[in-house]
Every structure is written in structure tokens, then in C-alpha cells.
Write a protein of this length. Structure first.
Length: 533
């Protein structure tokens, strides 16, 4: 069982307040999960505690780590959202809400998963920490997947490879990506997993012996040239990733040169290029195999120099050269840039901070590209008017998903959910209501119930009273104040965006003739896709 001491020890310079906060979350979580068991028969609490420790290792802030401790508390029903908000604040509650799976009574099967994922990504658009908690949650669940009932394992494993691993990759969290893929692989394709493991094992012994000699030679050479502060390590290619590559290379292992790679980790960027010079002077590089991801980082922010050289001791070897900071960033990605910064809603400010630092801010580009596509209708680039601008990683994800038989329904759900022009808002209880863009509290009230609409007295968005013509934004929590004496006014017809609401308002006002100038024309551009359905 992970202790609170271990969690705190994994944190990066926690303040005294942080420690008290984490201890409080730890205690509440332990009490709330008292008596519950995991499929393995162990106490349920091992799961949130392990999730929190992973988040601490990623370098996350106290709020996120506490959210990791409390992420299953509401779903399992022993603590209320109100308690959590009172004790731990709005930010933490927002993260917990985003991670919470939807209740089974409203959604079922694939629909439930699509809905839960939609909610997760909507919440992520305003606070990326939601997604990071979800990844830590999934990471630990994958470590204990063998205990889950057999009929669920494959679905969870597939979802991990198709959805969560690409997300981890997109966030630059290379270590998490590799490990969840390899944990999932045996449940997705047991035969291929066994075969790949055998192939890698055969190759590993000879590679390791060879690499040990190369390392020794290289260490001496670097020292001779004055580069004394550095360390090396050997990284083995992940099994899933090796399997993918083997399939592309017609199962010919001799064509794969990066089963093992030798890493040189140095203090400064200059040292990277100096080390590269020494490596290339010592061993002949393969033409066309050198990549400078320091000058040209990968879209997820990954930085390193990669070169493939021919060595007398070990044949063809991939060598990766990077700084300690790059190394940490390659493992924990976005999380490693976030330590103790209040990221939350302020992505722009964070981007500025990051631009000041040497690090690439590219890892945030996807967040930016995801947010507008969720929040508003793209104007298009002229070529394809009326098309939603889909973040390419999400489109790729959907495509990759489509190849898997049986998950069609899920993909269709994804596409519908993400790619049409909707906003997703929440009731105070956390239920999702989706509405057309520019919908107002009036639309929201009628979407819940016509009686609520007809007696709409006031509306609060995220706790603040707003006027009835306020356009709702993605992720808003909307609370309707009802009063028996309240009635629709003619102005409401203009404010409402949904035909459902307008129909009810007109009925309540006793208006029967159709509008002279239907409001939807204002939104024609936005509606093109809808009408095409
Ligand atoms: Mn969980």
C-alpha cells in the first residue's frame, strides 16, 4: 500500500501547506473507499494511492495529486461533490468531475464510453491536468488488468492502445506511452506479444553485450576530448512499438536498428553537439539517419539528437544524445513543464512562460488546436468551407480506431461528439447537456424540461448570475433558478437558439404564426454541416 509519506517524498519540493493538503486528501480517500475491494481482492484504496504517487512522480502540483487520490470517491458514492469542493476547492473538483465516469443509468456500453471520453476531453480543454490524472489512473489500472474479468480486458487494452497511448504520445509522455502500450499488448494480441517478446529477447543478449563494449569505448573517447560530466543508459524498444515496426518491415528483425539504443545524457545543449562530433569521428554514421530534434523538435516537444552509426563491436547502433532536462521532458512530457505552475485555464500565459524558456512550446499546440475546435466553429481555410477543423491527431485517432472491427459505433460516437458544432455544458450534478453553439441559458432550461424553461427565473453560469442572452461556453456549469410566477417573454424567442426552446416559448406566449425572419439564418454558415446530415 502506497503511504502518504511515499507520495510526499515523490513530490518536487512540496510546501508545508501542500503536505497538509495531500494528507487530508489521503485520509478522506481512505475513509471513502473503506471496505471496497479491487477485482484482485485487495483494498480499493491501493488504486487512488498508487495513482497519486504516479502523479507526484510526473512532477504534478498538489491539487492534481490530491485529485488523483480523490478521483474515484464521487463515482463510488461515499463522498459528495459538495464536501470535496468545500474541503479541497473548485479546481480539484473540476479535475475530479472531468475524470469521473458517467453513471451506468444514463448511458450504456459503447455510448457510455464515448460519453465519458467526450466529457474528459471537454474538461481537458479548460484544464489539461484532467487528462494527466486520467492517464495516471489508466496507467495503474493497466498494471492490474489481469485481475479484471476476462470479457472486459480486451476492450480496456484496446482502448489503451488506441486512445490513451496516442494521447500520452501527444503530450510527450514517452515513458507512460511505452509502458501502457506494453501492458496492453498481451491482452490485445497474445500470440503476437509472445512472438515479439521472444524476438526481442534473442536480440537483446547480443545487443547488450555489444553495446556494453561500445559504451566503454565511447566513454573513454568523450573523456579524452574533455567531456567528463555525462551519463549513459541503454533503452530497449517497447514491445508494442517493436511489433508495429516488425509488421512494417515484413517481420525482418535485421532491418531494425533501434531495438536497443545507447543514450548519452549531458548537462548542456552545446555538449550534445560536441558529443555528436565525437561519436561521428569515432564511428561512421549511416547517411540519412541523423536527426536533429533539438533544432527541430517533434510536434509533441520531444528533443534529442538521433544518429545511427556502424560500430565494430555491435554493428549498427542507434545513439541518442540529449540534456538531462530533455531526458526528463521525454519521459514526462507536458507534465514535466507544469510543475508548480498554476496551469489550469491559463494556457496562454503558460505558453508565454515556455517561450521564454529554451523549451519548445509545441507540446501545447495540440491543446490550442483542440480548444477552438471544441469551442467554436472554424472559419475554414477557404478550401473547404463549412468543414470543421479537426485536430489532425484526433482525426488520425479516429481513423486508427476505424480499422478495428466492432468499434465502429464508438468511432461514430466520437466523430459526432467532437466534430459537429456543439457546446457541452453541465448541470450542477455533472450531467452533460449538449447544445448548438451560441445556445443560451434559455435553451439549456428547455433542454432539461419544458416546465423548467417555462418558469425560468434566473440562471447562474459557473456560479455567477448571467443574463438570458449569454452564450454558453464549453464546459460551463449551468444552474437554473425556477419560480412558479416566472413566465417567458417575447424577447426569449430571439435569445433561444434551439427550435425546441422557441417552439415552447411561442406556445407559452400563444404565438402561432411562424417567425418572419428565422434566426437560424444568422447561423447559416455554422449550420451547413448539420443540414448535410
Ligand atoms: Mn480510477
Amino acid at each position: 500500500m502506497t503511504t502518504v509519506k511515499e507520495i510526499v517524498a515523490a513530490m518536487h519540493k512540496p510546501s508545508e501547506e501542500d503536505v497538509v493538503y495531500i494528507e487530508k486528501a489521503y485520509d478522506l480517500s481512505r475513509r471513502a473507499h473503506e471496505g471496497q475491494l479491487r477485482y484482485s481482492g485487495e483494498p480499493y484504496f491501493i488504486h487512488p494511492a498508487a495513482t497519486a504517487k504516479l502523479l507526484a512522480e510526473f512532477g504534478m502540483d498538489a491539487t492534481t495529486i490530491a485529485a488523483g487520490l480523490l478521483h474515484d470517491v464521487v463515482e463510488d458514492g461515499k463522498a459528495t461533490r459538495e464536501d470535496i469542493e468545500k474541503e479541497f476547492g473548485k479546481e480539484l473538483l473540476f479535475i475530479v468531475d472531468g475524470v469521473t465516469k458517467l453513471g451506468t443509468h444514463r448511458y450504456h456500453g459503447a455510448e457510455r464510453h464515448a460519453e465519458s471520453l467526450r466529457r474528459l476531453l471537454v474538461a481537458t480543454a479548460s484544464d489539461i491536468r484532467v487528462l494527466i490524472v486520467k492517464l495516471a489512473d489508466r496507467y495503474h489500472n493497466m498494471q492490474t488488468l489481469e485481475h479484471v474479468p476476462e470479457h472486459k480486458r480486451r476492450r480496456i487494452a484496446l482502448e489503451t492502445i488506441e486512445i490513451y497511448a496516442p494521447i500520452a504520445d501527444r503530450l510527450g509522455m514517452g515513458k507512460v506511452k511505452r509502458e501502457i502500450e506494453d501492458l496492453a499488448f498481451p491482452f490485445v494480441d497474445p500470440d503476437a506479444a509472445r512472438h515479439t517478446a521472444e524476438v526481442r529477447k534473442l536480440k537483446t543478449k547480443e545487443t547488450e553485450d555489444g553495446l556494453a563494449k561500445v559504451r566503454k569505448e565511447l566513454v573513454q573517447e568523450l573523456a579524452k576530448k574533455g567531456l567528463v560530466t555525462f551519463r549513459t543508459d541503454i533503452r530497449m524498444k517497447g514491445l508494442w512499438s517493436l511489433h508495429q515496426k516488425l509488421s512494417r518491415k515484413h517481420d525482418d528483425i535485421t532491418l531494425i536498428h533501434d531495438i536497443a539504443a545507447l543514450r548519452i545524457i549531458v548537462p548542456k545543449i552545446e555538449d550534445c553537439y560536441a558529443a555528436l562530433g565525437i561519436v561521428h569521428a569515432l564511428y561512421r554514421p549511416l547517411p540519412g539517419e541523423f536527426k536533429d530534434y533539438i533544432a527541430f523538435p517533434k510536434p509533441n516537444g520531444y528533443q534529442s539528437l538521433h544518429t545511427t552509426v556502424v560500430t565494430p563491436e555491435a554493428g549498427i547502433v542507434e545513439i541518442q544524445i540529449r540534456t538531462e532536462e530533455m531526458h526528463r521532458s521525454a519521459q514526462f512530457g507536458i507534465a514535466s513543464h507544469m510543475s508548480y505552475k498554476q496551469l489550469g485555464k491559463d494556457v496562454e500565459k503558460l505558453e508565454k512562460d515556455m517561450q521564454k524558456s529554451r523549451f519548445s512550446s509545441l507540446s501545447f499546440a495540440w491543446v490550442r488546436s483542440l480548444i477552438p475546435s471544441l469551442l467554436k466553429v472554424s472559419e475554414g481555410d477557404g478550401k473547404s468551407s463549412g468543414e470543421t477543423k479537426i485536430p489532425s491527431w484526433l482525426a488520425e485517432l479516429a481513423e486508427a480506431h476505424a480499422e478495428v472491427a466492432g468499434s465502429q459505433e464508438f468511432v461514430e460516437g466520437l466523430k459526432e461528439d467532437f466534430f459537429s458544432h456543439r457546446v457541452f455544458v453541465f448541470t450542477p450534478h455533472g450531467d452533460v447537456v449538449d447544445l448548438p453553439t451560441a445556445s443560451t441559458p434559455i435553451d439549456f432550461a428547455y433542454a432539461i424540461h419544458s416546465d423548467l424553461g417555462n418558469h425560468l427565473q434566473g440562471a447562474k453560469v459557473n456560479g455567477k448570475l448571467v443574463s438570458f442572452d449569454t452564450a454558453l461556453g464549453n464546459g460551463d456549469v449551468v444552474e437554473i433558478i425556477r419560480r412558479d410566477s416566472a413566465h417567458p417573454s417575447p424577447k426569449w424567442v430571439e435569445y433561444a437558439k434551439t427550435s425546441l426552446a422557441r417552439r415552447h416559448i411561442r406556445a407559452a406566449l400563444g404565438i402561432i404564426e411562424p417567425e418572419r425572419r428565422p434566426l437560424r439564418h444568422r447561423n447559416r454558415k455554422h449550420l451547413n454541416r448539420k443540414t448535410a446530415h
